[in-house]
Design a protein around this ligand. Structure first.
Ligand code: ZN
Ligand code: ZN
Length: 304
C-alpha cells in the first residue's frame, strides 16, 4: 500500500490558497517527501502530519520553488527533538546546496545523509519502496522519480510438494530465505513461490518538457503525477522557452503510457483556476484529475 498526498500544487511562487509543489509518500512506516519549496512545512502541518516523521527527502532539482523550504523544514524537525538521521537525495550539486542550507539551519541534532544522483538513471531502496530517479529535460539538471512497491508471489504448496522440499523448510523459503539442509541440499524461494504479481507503481515528473522517458517509466503505472504548468495551449511558447509542459502534453503522456490515473501539479500562478481546462484535458486522457492542495489517495495491490 502506498499513500500519496499532494501537499501543494503551485509552481514558481506560492499563492494564498496554493502551496508550492510537494508530495508526501507513505509506505509501511516510511515517509518520503518529494521537493520542499517555501511553506512546505505548513502544507504538511495542514494535513495533520509532522516534519519529524519524514525520513527521506527527494529533490527533483534546485530551483527555489522546490528547495527554499528546506532550512525551515530542517529547523522544525530539530525543534521536534528528532535524533534519527534524515536522507536527502537529489541531482549533482546537492552537497553545495546543503552547505548553503546549513548556513541557516546551523544546529540540527540529527545526521543529514545525502546522496547525489550520479547518472541519468539511478535506483535507491527506501524501506519497501524502490525509487528510480530518471533525468528529464528542464532548464537545469532535473529528475523524475518512479516509485515501485513489489508484491511477493503467492506461496504454492503443490509446487513445493512436487519439488520434494521438506515441510519444515517451507515457511523460511516462503519468507524469501535460501535454505541449505543438513544434507547440503540448497533450496531457493522460487521453488515454492507462484508466478510474479503486479506491484504498485507511481511516477512523479514536473518541471520538464514531455520527453519520451516519462512515458517509458510510467508505462502501466497506477498513478502519474505530472506537470500542469499551462492549461492554455496558447502558452506553448512559454512552455518551450522555460522547459515546462502544457496540461495537454502531460495528458498525452498519460494516454501513451496507459496509466490508470493522472494527477496534475505545479500550476502556474498565472492560472488561478485550472478546473476550466478539465473537459479539454479529459478529452485527451479521461482519468485526468485536476488536483488541488491536499489531494490524497491510496494505491493498493490490485485484486487478481
Ligand atoms: Zn518549479
Ligand atoms: Zn524548475
Amino acid at each position: 500500500m502506498l499513500d500519496v498526498c499532494l501537499l501543494g500544487t503551485g509552481g514558481t511562487v506560492p499563492l494564498p490558497n496554493r502551496w508550492l509543489t510537494s508530495c508526501l509518500l507513505r509506505c509501511d512506516g516510511r515517509s518520503v517527501l518529494i521537493d520542499c519549496g517555501e511553506g512546505t512545512q505548513i502544507a504538511l502541518h495542514r494535513q495533520s502530519f509532522s516534519c519529524r516523521q519524514i525520513d527521506t527527502i527527494l529533490l527533483t532539482h534546485y530551483h527555489a520553488d522546490h528547495t527554499a523550504g528546506l532550512p525551515g523544514f530542517l529547523l522544525t524537525m530539530a525543534k521536534s527533538e528528532r535524533t534519527e538521521p534524515v536522507t536527502i537525495i537529489g541531482p549533482k550539486g546537492l552537497e553545495e546546496i546543503l552547505r548553503g542550507v546549513m548556513l541557516i539551519a546551523r544546529y540540527v541534532p540529527f545526521e543529514i545523509r545525502y546522496m547525489e544522483i550520479q547518472s541519468r538513471e539511478q535506483t535507491f531502496q527506501i524501506g519497501n519502496m524502490r525509487i528510480t530517479a530518471f533525468a528529464v529535460k528542464h532548464s537545469v539538471p532535473t529528475y523524475g522519480y518512479c516509485i515501485e512497491v513489489d508484491r511477493r508471489p503467492k506461496f504454492d504448496p503443490q509446487k513445493a510438494q512436487a519439488a520434494g522440499i521438506p515441510l519444515k523448510l517451507w515457511s523460511r523459503l516462503q519468507k524469501g530465505e535460501t535454505v541449505t539442509d543438513e544434507n547440503g541440499n540448497t533450496y531457493t524461494p522460487d521453488m515454492v513461490l507462484g508466478k510474479e504479481r503486479k506491484g504498485i507503481k507511481m511516477v512523479y515528473a514536473t518541471d520538464t518538457r514531455p520527453v519520451e522517458y516519462i512515458a517509458e517509466h510510467a508505462r502501466g503505472a497506477d498513478l502519474l503525477i505530472g506537470e500542469g504548468m499551462y492549461g492554455d495551449p496558447a502558452k506553448m511558447e512559454n512552455a518551450l522557452k522555460n522547459r515546462h509542459m502544457t496540461m495537454q502534453e502531460c495528458a498525452a503522456i498519460a494516454a501513451k503510457a496507459g496509466v490508470r490515473e493522472l494527477w496534475f501539479t505545479h500550476y502556474s500562478p498565472s492560472m488561478p483556476d485550472p478546473e476550466i481546462y478539465r473537459e479539454e484535458i479529459q478529452a485527451v486522457f479521461a482519468n485526468a484529475v485536476i488536483s488541488h492542495d491536499g489531494q490524497t489517495g491510496t494505491l493498493k495491490f490490485q485484486e487478481e
